[in-house]
Write a protein that binds this ligand. Structure first.
Ligand code: ADP
Ligand code: ADP
Length: 222
């Protein structure tokens, strides 16, 4: 599903990624952990096509996304990739339903179908009574679940999340974490999640630890 080959990235003289190789399978939930500055966000942004590596290759579902031109890349991203950030970035003047619909409208899908799917997702995420609420009228957990629905509206192959529960209390964080696994089971989503939350990191099918721009090779314990 996602293939990363020997990617490197520097900012000025600082080498942030030092030859990363990684394969992520369809329906896998992968967590990425490591100290601040290890390169986690940079790796996530490059896999998510928000940033380009200096060298190396990234393929998503067979598509080379490093060498795609920017207009094709924007289309590819909108159709195949969902993002969840620490802060939900919902548009404050729009309702939950409208926020979830916007990426669907941007991909030129039929508006009625987008609204139907958005409603379905919000119901599935327990937000039945929040469809017409603006973000300021929802709790932090509800806002973040709305952001999850928004990430899923175009049925992406993969969802990248950067500290998705970093701004939630532990109860809401737990609910959000369980949701990722439910979505994987029920709609077959692949998740790649950068997190400092140990519970979430350890629940994942695979936990990758980064240090100084590299992925540490796990110790085999048996
Ligand atoms: P992490 O997510 O593990 O905390 P990051 O990938 O955010 O690590 O950052 C790794 C290093 O790269 C840090 O030292 C950070 O300051 C630096 N960095 C990240 N983005 C930029 C940028 N756009 N310009 C310059 N330095 C950056
Ligand atoms: P995170 O909390 O996910 O590690 P950061 O706070 O390190 O993220 O970075 C947030 C944003 O700022 C990212 O888009 C990153 O590329 C950028 N950034 C991080 N460090 C620097 C830096 N030293 N110079 C310029 N931009 C940076």
């Amino acid at each position: 599903m996602i293939e990363v080959k020997n990617i490197s990235k520097s900012y000025n003289t600082l080498q942030v990624l030092k030859g990363i190789d990684l394969v992520i399978r369809r329906k896998e939930v992968v967590s990425i952990v490591g100290a601040s500055g290890a390169g986690k966000s940079t790796l996530l942004h490059i896999m998510g096509t928000l940033d380009k590596p200096d060298t190396g290759l990234v393929r998503i579902n067979g598509q080379d996304v490093v060498n795609l031109r920017s207009s094709a890349l924007a289309d590819f991203r909108n159709q195949n990739i969902g993002f969840i950030f620490q802060f939900h970035n919902l548009l404050p003047e729009f309702t939950a339903l409208e926020n979830v619909c916007i990426p669907g409208y941007l991909s030129n899908k039929d508006a009625k179908k987008v609204q139907a799917r958005a409603t379905e997702l919000l119901l599935m995420l327990g937000l039945k009574n929040r469809l017409d609420h603006t973000p300021s009228r929802m709790s932090g957990g509800e806002q973040q679940r709305t952001a999850v629905a928004r990430a899923l509206i175009n049925s992406p192959l993969v969802v990248f999340a950067d500290e998705p529960s970093g701004n939630l209390d532990s109860k809401n964080a737990q609910e959000l974490h369980q949701l990722f696994f439910r979505l994987r089971d029920e709609i077959g989503q692949t998740f790649v999640i950068v997190t400092h939350n140990e519970d979430l990191a350890n629940m994942a099918d695979r936990k990758l630890e980064m240090k100084d721009g590299k992925i540490l090779i796990p110790e085999v314990s048996n």
